[in-house]
Design a protein around this ligand. Structure first.
Ligand code: NAD
Length: 310
């Protein structure tokens, strides 16, 4: 029975606590949050101990799941790794490449797991879509739009939302063991609307034979998370929210759409199951710290080269 604590039980962390509490082979050994009222509420809901300071749980647990704001990930993850714990960190791993590299190095030196919460990789509609991809990818179009929630605003939208799609694009381009693709050219634009950071961003990445167009917003009227993959003379439309997959094929009269069956699952549960299985088997999770270094580097590059419109 592994003892795991969740650090940060706001919007997403409460779900980490719920799912870990449901696993038969895990003891939810505590929840941590700076917000005293919130941590008491979540601890009583999931029948575990509340802590205000993450340092107080480190000696009692085998592993931690870090679900605090991005700008706090590095310090907490570093201390947990130094204390010899296996670590799950929500995406983005950090907002700086050197910090991310230090965490990856530390996890390897200490022989500890470092898994990163790019949960769309566990989305069954996306996983089903990958089964249909046989040849080179032509065009990838990702839209990730949200109404303003006030969360994730410690970083630009590129780190908050677009990084999911950057990671997915890199994952797709690596299918079949292909080498990590280099970007031949990139263009990006961003707009600051409500927060002190970029709230809306668009990026066009040219990988030579493949092109990706990414659109992310946290100031949208509606919520949308879709990816259209053009390859092999067809398109695959992944809806991450409804977990549906549609294939379209052009015919002389127009385009025929076909719904592909997808078995729905909770991606967060799949992701945390992977974490616990890897703790037990000492194997590498689907999304390790190493895996996310390149998507993070690209996110930083897009953000720094972005033409800012205000
Ligand atoms: P949130 O603001 O709702 O929750 C963060 C919580 O962390 C708050 O309750 C806050 O009090 C607590 N906190 C802050 N600093 C702390 C510290 N030093 N020690 C203990 N607690 C601390 O934010 P959220 O939306 O739940 O996002 C948290 C993280 O999860 C972010 O990194 C975000 O990018 C990520 N996230 C990922 C996804 C996904 O799809 N994988 C979705 C949403 C959020």
């Amino acid at each position: 029975m592994k003892k795991i604590a969740v650090i940060g039980v706001g919007y997403l962390g409460q779900h980490h606590a719920r799912i870990l509490r449901e696993f038969q082979d895990v003891e939810l050994a505590g929840v941590v949050d700076q917000n005293g009222e919130r941590v008491e509420e979540i601890a009583s809901l999931y029948k575990t101990k509340p802590y205000r300071d993450y340092r107080d749980v480190l000696e009692y647990v085998d592993a931690v799941s870090i679900v605090t704001p991005t700008t706090t990930h590095f310090q907490i993850a570093r201390e947990a790794l130094l204390a010899g714990k296996d670590v799950f960190v929500e995406k983005p791993l950090t907002d700086s490449l050197s910090d991310a590299e230090e965490l990856v190095r530390l996890s390897k030196d200490r022989g500890r797991l470092l898994q990163v919460g790019h949960l769309e990789r566990y989305n069954p509609a996306y996983q089903r879509a990958k089964e249909f991809i046989k040849g080179p990818l032509n065009l990838l179009i990702a839209e990730r739009l949200s109404p303003f929630s006030g969360r994730g605003v410690d970083v630009d939208i590129t780190f908050d939302l677009m990084i999911h799609d950057i990671d997915i694009v890199i994952d797709l381009l690596r299918i079949g063991g292909n080498r990590t693709p280099e970007v031949k050219s990139l263009q990006a634009g961003g707009y600051r609307f409500i927060t002190d950071h970029i709230d809306f961003a668009e990026a066009r990445l040219d990988f030579g034979n493949s092109q990706a167009i990414l659109l992310s917003s946290r100031i949208s009227k509606e919520k949308r998370r879709t990816l259209t993959i053009y390859c092999d003379g067809m398109s695959l439309i992944v809806d991450f929210m409804s977990q549906t997959l549609t294939r379209s094929i052009p015919i002389r009269e127009g385009v025929v759409f076909e719904e592909i069956p997808v078995e729905k699952k909770e991606p967060l549960r799949e992701e945390l199951r992977d974490f616990v299985d890897c703790i037990n088997s000492r194997s590498c999770p689907l999304v390790s710290g190493d895996d996310v270094l390149y998507p993070l580097r690209l996110t930083i590059e897009i953000t720094s080269k972005m033409r800012r419109f205000n």
